[in-house]
Design a protein around this ligand. Structure first.
Ligand code: KIV
Length: 259
C-alpha cells in the first residue's frame, strides 16, 4: 500500500480537488508549498527555462540540480520529479535512475510519460518501492510536430483509455492527463481508481496542474488550456525600469540603503 503522504493524495479522489503546480526553484516552491498538494519538477523546465525546442534535451543532472533547490522550499507538499527522456528505456535503467533521483533530491515520487508501452518498467519501479505518477494523452517527450489535443478518433480514445487503465492497475498513485478531449477525460476519470490530474483535460479530472511560469505570465505561450492569473513579466519590467532610472538619477541608493 501507499505511504501516508501519497495515500492522502490518493484518498482525495471523488472528494476533494488535487492542486498541483510546477516549480524549478526554491523561491517559487516555498510559495506553492502553502497551497499545493503536489509540487512537480516537470521536464518542461527544458523549454521554459532553457529555451530548448523540446523537453527531450533536458539532462538528468539538470533535473536533479533544480529539484535540489525545489526541495529546500518544500515542507508539506508531495514532491514529484519528472524522469527525463531516455532515462527509463528499460527496467534496469529506470530503476537505477529513479533511485538516483530520489537519493539526490529527496523527492517523494517520479513521473514517467507513457501507458501500456512502459507498463513493465512502471511495475518494476513500483515493485521496488518507488512511487510513480503516470502521464497519458499528449506526451511531450515522444511528440513529433505541433502539439494537438488527443482523443480525436475512436482508435486514439481507446488507446488512451487503455493506457490509463493499465497504469492504474499497475499501482501508480495518480495519472496526469495532458491535452485530452473533455468527454474522454471524464470517462477515464470515472474508469480508473486513482486520481487523474488534468492539464488541458477539462474540469472532470480529480485535480489540475499548470506550469507555474505560464500561470504567472512569465512564459510566453498561447496554449488554450493556460490561464494567466497575473502578468509577472510586466511587473518585473516596471520594477527593473524604475531601478535603472533611480540609479541613473542617483535617487538609489539613499542613506537608508548605505552603511
Ligand atoms: O513537464 C511538465 O511540467 C509536466 C506538466 C505539464 C504536467 O509534465
Amino acid at each position: 500500500m501507499f505511504p501516508l503522504k501519497i495515500k492522502k493524495i490518493y484518498n482525495k479522489k471523488n472528494k476533494k480537488k488535487i492542486i498541483c503546480l510546477t516549480s524549478y526553484s526554491k523561491n517559487i516552491a516555498q510559495i506553492l508549498d502553502k497551497y499545493c498538494d503536489i509540487v512537480l519538477v516537470g521536464d518542461s523546465l527544458g523549454s521554459v527555462l532553457y529555451n530548448y525546442s523540446t523537453t527531450r534535451k533536458i539532462s538528468l543532472n539538470t533535473m536533479i540540480q533544480h529539484s535540489k533547490s525545489v526541495k529546500k522550499g518544500i515542507t508539506k507538499s508531495l514532491m514529484v520529479v519528472d524522469m527525463p527522456y531516455k532515462t527509463y528505456r528499460n527496467r534496469r535503467e529506470a530503476l537505477k535512475n529513479a533511485k538516483y533521483i530520489i537519493s539526490q533530491t529527496g523527492c517523494d515520487a517520479v513521473k514517467l510519460e507513457g501507458g501500456k508501452k512502459i507498463i513493465k518498467i512502471v511495475k518494476h519501479l513500483i515493485k521496488n518501492k518507488i512511487q510513480v505518477m503516470g502521464h497519458v494523452g499528449l506526451l511531450p517527450q515522444s511528440e513529433k510536430g505541433k502539439f494537438k489535443y488527443k482523443g480525436r478518433n475512436k482508435l486514439e480514445r481507446n488507446k488512451i483509455l487503455n493506457d490509463a487503465k493499465s497504469l492504474s492497475s499497475s499501482g501508480v498513485f495518480s495519472i496526469v492527463l495532458e491535452c485530452i478531449e473533455s468527454s474522454l477525460a471524464k470517462i477515464i476519470t470515472k474508469s480508473v481508481k486513482v486520481p487523474t490530474i488534468g492539464i488541458g483535460a477539462s474540469v472532470f479530472c480529480d485535480g489540475q496542474v499548470l506550469v507555474t511560469d505560464d500561470l504567472l505570465g512569465l512564459n510566453p505561450t498561447n496554449f488554450r488550456f493556460v490561464k494567466k492569473y497575473t502578468n509577472l513579466e510586466k511587473i518585473i519590467d516596471k520594477s527593473v525600469r524604475l531601478f535603472r532610472k533611480e540609479v541613473i538619477n542617483k535617487s538609489f541608493p539613499t542613506k537608508k540603503n548605505a552603511y
